[in-house]
Design a protein around this ligand. Structure first.
Ligand code: AHM
Ligand code: MG
Length: 336
């Protein structure tokens, strides 16, 4: 009988734990908690059209955006799972004004990791049954263990990430994550609730022929980005490129990671810092992309080297195949 060598994610995490020097298993348990919450959220999303969970919750988040019911649901599931398992000392979420300190549990102050997350990205797509995602990022705290978590623990540059990942609730549910030693993808077998290693050692092609941007905002883009878009559309060499924009960051970046391409959310006259959040969206996607051999930039410098000054900070974002993102930087530099 032929052996089935497909590993479950739980087996993979245990196996990889040995790669970390002085590992206490804390990061492994943290990843397992995220997985548990992901399964719960995935189950709910799969039923979204059948139960009263789509649509607006009637509130706006700290950024003035309408919060969808599933946004709040996902936020609560991830936060409760992490809090109940006493596995982190603090959590910051795109859905919450301030970071959450895990209180009432002395042991929680002894945990060394903080998690930052966008519990349900692209949620404006839910009502029309388009793929959405969860994005997460893990840092080791800077403040002394044993004390309550502090703002400095969250405002760290992306290069300090210990782990990052996304869950894509697409035609199938997938988790793609890195702990700084390459990128691996796992697909959920819905019937038994286990994730299986389906995409080992993912690599982002250095070049691609897909560009993803909301071209409706074209007139508001900086000149360098307009010039790059024209370059993508030129009939020369392997161009024009194909345009693909789902409007769901995780889905667009996942496709580009697999097949090659560049995702762009530039600044506009109305939003000089762009739309996407450095800590919850850009840093984790940048870490994963770079670990797969790609690159992420704010148009001038590497995303992972930006030093954040506030929790909900935004930044222009260009991410995907290395040579394509470098080309965007060239165009931006030329126009300045
Ligand atoms: P969200 O965090 O409010 O869901 O916004 C982030 C989303 C990304 O998933 C997506 O790439 C982008 O916003 C789409 O924005 P736009 O509709 O302006 O193109
Ligand atoms: Mg988001």
């Amino acid at each position: 009988m032929k052996k089935n060598t497909r590993k479950t994610l739980d087996e993979f995490i245990i196996e990889r734990q040995d790669h970390f020097q002085y590992s206490t298993g804390e990061l492994s348990r943290l990843l397992n908690s995220i997985l548990l919450a992901a399964r719960v959220v995935s189950y709910k999303i799969r039923k979204a059209g059948l139960i009263d969970i789509i649509g607006s919750a009637g509130a706006t988040n700290v950024q003035g955006e309408d919060q969808q019911k599933l946004d709040l649901y996902a936020h609560n599931v991830f936060v409760e799972t992490l809090v109940n398992r006493e596995i982190v000392c603090g959590i910051a979420s795109e859905e919450n004004d301030n970071f959450i300190t895990i209180e009432g549990l002395d042991e929680a102050h002894n945990n060394k990791y903080v998690v930052l997350m966008d519990p349900l990205d692209g949620s404006s797509n839910i009502d029309v049954n388009v793929s959405v995602g969860t994005i997460f990022s893990v840092y080791r705290r800077i403040s002394p263990v044993g004390t309550p978590v502090a703002m400095e623990d969250f405002l760290q540059p992306g290069i300090k990430q210990v782990a990052a990942g996304y869950i894509l609730y697409g035609t199938s549910t997938m988790i793609v994550y890195t702990t700084g030693k390459g990128v691996n993808g796992f697909t959920l077998n819905q019937a038994i609730g286990s994730f299986y290693l389906s995409h080992p050692n993912m690599k982002c092609p250095e070049d691609g022929n897909v560009y993803s941007v909301n071209e409706g905002n074209y007139v508001h883009f900086p000149q360098g980005v307009k010039d790059y878009i024209k370059y993508c559309q030129e009939e020369k060499e392997n161009r024009p490129y194909t345009s693909r924009y789902i409007g769901s960051l995780v889905s667009d970046c996942h496709r580009n990671l697999m097949r090659g391409g560049v995702y762009m959310y530039p600044s506009t006259f109305k939003t000089p810092k762009g739309k996407l959040r450095l800590l919850y969206e850009c840093n984790p996607m940048a870490f994963i992309t770079e670990q797969a051999g790609g690159y992420a930039s704010n148009g001038r410098t590497r995303i992972l080297e930006m030093v954040p000054t506030e929790l909900h900070e935004r930044t222009p974002f260009y991410c995907g195949s290395k040579n394509m993102v470098k080309k965007v930087e060239e165009f931006v530099a030329k126009s300045e």
